[in-house]
Ligand binder design. Structure first.
Ligand SMILES: C[S@@+](CC[C@H](N)C(=O)[O-])C[C@H]1O[C@@H](n2cnc3c(N)ncnc32)[C@H](O)[C@@H]1O
Length: 266
């Protein structure tokens, strides 16, 4: 039987960091938090009347902000079937959900005006990033835009050895192949896939800092999360280790939201 990485249970094993946080009650698991998502959606402008696809929507906090705007259609493409029940609840009939890989959505070519993806590409190696971005390009209409919110390394000329150290340090507690790029590298990667970056906004990477947690989850949500973490020693140790690594590398880590356009000729 396939076992979902999001299943509840002992928090010692291979549960990915984001799945662990979600199982403890954290809803927002992207590096720039709800505030950078808001800035990204604001920069995209009015989505009403547009066909919007979200890849890896998770439990649907961004989906909720999108469907509120009244797009012509909303489609969430999420690999984890367990997560999609929460997403469907959020959508409440205002969109459709596909259980599929973001690299093979099954959606028609040129069927979307906007593709949104948060905290997905960072977790992929080079081949995975390429496969997903090729699919984003295929699904977008000419002139359509993608908006991604990911983990970034800074500055752009950060030494390669430091990048390697940070990637290794992140992979241990996160239990995913975390491969953040510099803003310049993200921009070049998108452009290699025919997606021209028009806007980049950065924010501090403060996912597990108390102030950010309260901003993202609200006071009652943050209190519930803290209770859940404290009542599970294995989970507490892992969350502490994640925060320790984020803090140790805070000078070199950031969140970035990029908006890129599929040019008519690409
Ligand atoms: C870190 S969470 C981010 C969720 C959401 N975008 C957010 O920011 O809150 C990553 C999500 O990506 C989904 N995911 C991971 N790899 C995927 C893939 N190849 N295709 C579709 N979804 C994927 C996971 O199931 C999970 O829900």
């Amino acid at each position: 039987m396939a076992v979902s990485e999001n299943r509840p249970g002992p928090h010692t094993g291979p549960l990915a960091g984001y799945a662990l946080l979600r199982s403890l009650g954290k809803r927002v698991v992207r590096p720039g938090g709800a505030e950078l998502t808001r800035a990204m959606l604001t920069a995209l402008g009015d989505l009403s009347g547009l066909d919007v696809v979200e890849i890896a929507p998770g439990t649907g906090t961004t989906a909720s902000a999108i469907v509120t705007q009244g797009p012509r259609s909303y489609t969430g493409v999420e690999r984890d079937a367990l997560t999609t029940s929460a997403l469907k609840r959020v959508l409440d009939g205002r969109g459709t959900v596909r259980v599929a890989d973001a690299a093979a959505t099954g959606l028609g070519a040129g069927s979307a005006d906007v593709v949104v993806g948060e905290a997905l590409l960072t977790m992929q190696g080079d081949t995975g990033k390429d496969a997903i971005l090729a699919e984003v390009h295929r699904v977008l209409r000419a002139g359509g835009r993608c908006a991604v919110h990911e983990l970034a390394l800074r500055p752009d000329d950060l030494a390669d050895e430091v990048k390697q150290d940070i990637r290794r340090a992140l992979a241990r507690p996160l239990k995913v192949n975390a491969r953040p790029l510099t803003v310049r590298e993200w921009t070049v990667l998108l452009s290699r896939h025919g997606l021209t970056v028009e806007r980049a906004e950065t924010a501090p990477m403060a996912l597990l800092e108390p102030r950010r947690v309260v901003a993202d989850e609200g006071l009652p949500g943050a209190a519930r999360l803290a209770r859940n973490i404290l009542s599970d020693p294995a989970a507490r140790d892992r969350v502490r280790e994640m925060r320790r690594v984020f803090r140790a590398h805070r000078e070199s880590l950031a969140a970035v939201a990029l908006i890129a356009r599929r040019t008519a000729s690409s």
